[in-house]
Write a protein of this length. Structure first.
Length: 251
């Protein structure tokens, strides 16, 4: 039964190949563009099957298919609703399904063209000791300041005593004013120094150290999970292990 999703994807690829051939036979000229709905289906299948296999079966160039995957779905989108070119969500035809031979490819994923990363982002809210207060995991196709909104709202309700929050430059902009007006708290941005070279940034190094602690956990060294909620749970479990070990040493 483990190969059933792969067989389903191959059957979908065969059906899509017939749709491409039908379109090629019915097009008016050879210069006619491929319909967006066909592109979207091809991109979705390239997430599950090797991109070269999909391109070869559909008589496409693999470079064009990869470039189309970065643009995101276009069928039914207008100029006002089309996804931003910098932050796009890469569709997955079967949520939770991993690509063959790569378990870390399953679930909701995205692409951040600014940071040039594909996958997911983890947001942490910690105290000055580096211990976890809140965690949020979402697609990399969502900007940091937008993804942190729900996290900050939960922080305000669960930890009403927190009045000052330090963050890096990714949370700057309108989010600072939103925190001040909506949550009645202070969001202070710790900026990088203009001088080149390595320098420890005040307060920001604490959360980077926490990320280093969490990456020692095997389940967090790579993103293997199919659901963002599962990733958040494993972050909490890893932090529980750290705190319990510290308590054991103290006693």
């Amino acid at each position: 039964m483990a190969h059933a999703p792969l067989q389903q994807a191959e059957a979908a690829l065969a059906d899509l190949a017939e749709q491409f051939e039908e379109w090629r036979r019915g097009r008016a000229t050879r210069q006619e563009r491929i319909p967006p709905r066909l592109w979207d289906q091809a991109v979705a299948l390239s997430v599950v099957l090797p991109c070269a296999q999909v391109a070869r079966r559909l008589h496409l160039r693999s470079t064009d298919l990869r470039r189309r995957a970065l643009v995101g779905p276009t069928s039914g989108a207008t100029e006002a609703t089309a996804p931003s070119p910098d932050f796009v969500e890469v569709p997955v035809p079967w949520p939770g399904l991993a690509a063959p031979g790569a378990a870390e490819q399953g679930g909701v994923r995205g692409y951040d063209a600014g940071k040039r990363i594909k996958g997911r982002k983890r947001h942490l809210v910690i105290d000055v000791l580096g211990l976890l207060l809140m965690v949020c995991v979402h697609s990399a196709g969502i900007q940091d300041r937008d993804g942190a909104k729900s996290l900050l709202e939960a922080l305000g309700s669960d930890f009403p005593g927190v009045q000052l929050i330090w963050a890096d430059g990714g949370y700057a902009g309108k989010r600072v004013d939103w925190v001040a007006t909506t949550l009645q708290r202070v969001l202070s941005i710790v900026k990088r120094p203009r001088k080149s070279g390595f320098k420890v940034l005040q307060w920001r190094w604490i959360v980077e150290r926490t990320f280093g602690w969490l990456n020692r956990s095997r389940r967090l060294s790579k993103d293997f999970e199919g659901l963002c909620e599962t990733s958040e749970t494993w972050v909490r479990i890893a932090m529980l292990q750290i705190m319990v070990r510290r308590l054991a040493k103290a006693t």
